[in-house]
Design a protein. Structure first.
Length: 115
């Protein structure tokens, strides 16, 4: 098995659909999906991320508030997943609830040999 990083972008529920019941149902979809990954031995770990942070840029090591991108492009969380190869990692991602609201999942293999 290889490790893959899922970076979740966007996928926010539209304001018009944000009732407490809808939010709870959507959260249950996430828990069900992630529970299925754990049951199959694919889930390693993951967490949501705060919407604010800091950036350190260039050789001058300038520190600025960040991120500075549109909300739909902001990384909102990550998940480390075990899969046999990239094709399986992609297939596993297709069940993620973030896709219901036009979210994106960037999938990257974790390199064991460095950069």
């Amino acid at each position: 098995m290889e490790k893959f990083l899922y970076l979740f972008r966007g996928g926010d529920m539209p304001e018009s659909k944000r009732s407490p019941e809808a939010m709870q149902a959507h959260m249950q979809e996430w828990m069900t999906w992630m529970g299925g990954l754990m049951a199959k031995g694919n889930n390693v770990e993951g967490e949501p991320l705060h919407s604010t942070g800091m950036q350190v840029n260039g050789s001058g090591k300038m520190v600025i508030d960040g991120p500075f991108m549109e909300g739909k492009e902001m990384v909102g969380g990550y998940l480390l997943v075990d899969a046999k190869d990239m094709a399986e990692a992609v297939e596993i991602s297709k069940g993620c609830p973030i896709l219901e609201f036009d979210g994106k999942i960037e999938i990257r293999a974790i390199s064991r040999t460095g950069m």
